[in-house]
Design a protein around this ligand. Sequence first.
Ligand code: SER
Length: 903
Amino acid sequence: MKSREIRQSFLDYFAQRDHRVFPSAPLVPHGDATLLFTNAGMVPFKNVFLGAEAAEAPRAASSQKCLRVSGKHNDLENVGPSRRHHTFFEMLGNFSFGDYFKEEAIAFAWELVTGVWQLPKEHLFATVFETDDEAHDLWGRISDLPPERILRCGAKDNFWSMGEVGPCGPCSEIFVDTDPDKPLVDWQEGDASGRYLEIWNLVFMESERREDGSLTPLPNPSIDTGAGLERLASVLQRVGSNYETDLFRPVLEAAATLAGTSYGARFEGAGSAPDTSLRVIADHLRAVTFLLADGVIPGNEGRGYVLRRILRRALRHGLRLGLEEPFLHRLVPVVEETLGGAYDELAATQEATVATVRAEEEKFLGTVASGARQLQEEIEAAREQGLAQLSGAQVFQLYDTHGMPLEVIEEIAEEERFTVDRQGFEEELEQQRKRSRAATGEGQRRLQQLQQVLTGSQEGGGEEVTATAFDGYGCTELDQAKVLRLARLTADQAVAATALSGKEGDATEGAVVLDRTVFYAEGGGQVGDVGELRWDGGRARVTDTRKNNSGVIFHLVTVLEGQLQAGQQVSLHVDSPRRHSVERNHTATHLLHAALREVLGTSVRQAGSLVAPDRLRFDFTYPRPVSDEERRRIEDLVNHWVLEAQPTRIEEQSYQEAVAAGAMALFGEKYGDVVRTVAVPGEGLRSLELCGGCHVANTGAIGPFLITAEQGIASGVRRIEAVTGAGALERVREQGAVLASVEEALGAPAAEIPARVETLRAQLKERDAELAKMRLQLVSGAGAGGGGAEEVAGVAVNLQEVPFAPVPELRNMADSLRSKQGSGVVVLGAAQPGKVMLLAAVSEDLVGRVHAGKVVKAAAQVVGGGGGGRPDFAQAGGKDADKLPEALDAAREEIRQQLEVGD
Ligand code: SER
């Protein structure tokens, strides 16, 4: 069976048994602060298990994209040596939400495995949680397995938890003997060696694990099963490892060909270097491809950092295979082929993925080269100080700022006979982890707490809070809405309240849930609305609007007058000029997106956006800077489209219809069955996007569109900022005003300004040169006049205070005075408020008797500074300008001492 057939037969089997088949949710879980990535098939259903969300169907099945690289489930380190582990994998699963339980779950699994896939019953085992007699009996009855093939195991193997917190329960697993012709071995031995291979896990979800470690029963006992597709494929395709299935073989072979080797050539010596590296490359490439398709951008923190690390780990293994040029991006299409069209997002994002991977590769390879140079310098410097170890902080800096992989650092250090303070490095790393955990966690935690307070069950009952009706498209006022819930916000927490009062001395900051609203909640890049709630005898300012995953909208308010109470009616007034500016910027963002794809090609993919009242920001994948010419064309295309005054068309339709019509969806987003599409027709370009945001009715309302900045924000990702409408007008006026003042200052019309500035620059340069020459003449004139030269211990010493000038000029002065004077010492001091420069030059015949470095050092101490240098020429700095004469005296004394001691 091809893996495509296995996946399909699983989904078909459960569809025929009344399960609703759900498409895979994105790898980035939505609104779950406890989880970085989707790590199991049940993650999209977590809230349903917990009873916080209603199930869309009582039974579900899916093939879910999973990534296990962080937190409780982390297989990163195993990838390579192991022939069974992955970071990215597909999990087949069937789920029951308070519908069927253990008996049917076991019966379904058994029928599918032995009936449909026809694995011989005599090769199978089942395990159950040690105290789960019920499951034990059910296996005996349903499967007819002999008792010695139904094993009881402890919590380590047979109690499954999603993470430190979340749903969990005892589980039951199906194992297959991968070497059935050999005599049976002890269970522990067979399990540890991988001969007895787990292929399916049936979790009987019964509890929720809380932060304090306690277990609370779930409202409905449920079923969550998971079967790794790659393992199943290895069993059904009768190959020795997941990597030999049709899901991996083509990728491994393509990588091996690039490296001039072949996979499995030395398979008998499992774990041999080339195979290990090829497995890492194949596994990590799949993870990278799916992460990029789901909108994760390589970066220095959070998910982007994980993505970058996985990608770099693959590149390091490439280096081990001698792949020193970018190669990974060339394998991206191969990954897509192995998935047989099961994930549309791969084809749709391929071009962008290739570009981003390539950019990351180039950057990494460049980093290794530049990091190696930096490391070399540090080693030389440390060696001069008699050291033979690199400190934890040094290594961490190379690792963190320069992106040097630790193993590369260690390799270079070893060649130089240096050691690396690994423990110190680990400590630095841990510190950084702590810092980033603290930074990302706080905001999320506060919002989650607020959401919990406003949607959780309240004392004394109260209405259940469900998705808030949003009536605010094309409308910013609403006469009546009912206050459902209130919370008071203090500096560090939110507490449920029945009233918020605007009286002085009382806390007036809070959050409100209404039964309906016209306030748009932040989402899809568009900022939340602000405005006012009014009622008889009172009003509250709405300072922001947010929503949770289930569509409940929260109005963050400051009560200004009167008292706001649960149950009362209020009227709603969105700040409409602000909203209209936001609408202009939102529609303009869609036009910009289309124009970018027209001018730069379809490798452009949205990577983030911000739609605010005063500007818009659009991040997109593109491997190089946008040229001035391209930028102008993009701006022109958008402005012409605006001038066409095209009506926007907003519709609701099924996701499938919308995508079939060519709508641009963001793959990292979670869409419902019915989606909202925003279409903008045009004479040249056309735009069709899935979008829940607010838009102008006609492009003409956007007004002028101006790009204000274009820059790179990560490798392969660019950012454009732009303004529209009054914002654009404002900007043009500001620039006009600046220009007018420049015209006035220069006394020339705008058109002549560049030439005028050029002339002024040239004149200035000429004057500077003249000035330097005159200063030098002045200084040497004084010296020649005898005023500056004196005799100290029989040697001519020229101590002079000279006008402050740039350092090269001062050096030049000291130098030319020294040549002019012949045998002797020159000491110059120049001061301006807060800054002193001291220079000393010694003629060749006196080197050995007078040390210039020591002279300036002694003088610099007087003016609160330091410095030094060579015996024949040195410079130093200081701060106390007033003390310059004393500093020169100190120099004289120092010279005298040096000469006398020498004598
Ligand atoms: N959640 C369980 C697992 O990941 C079964 O789907 O193994």
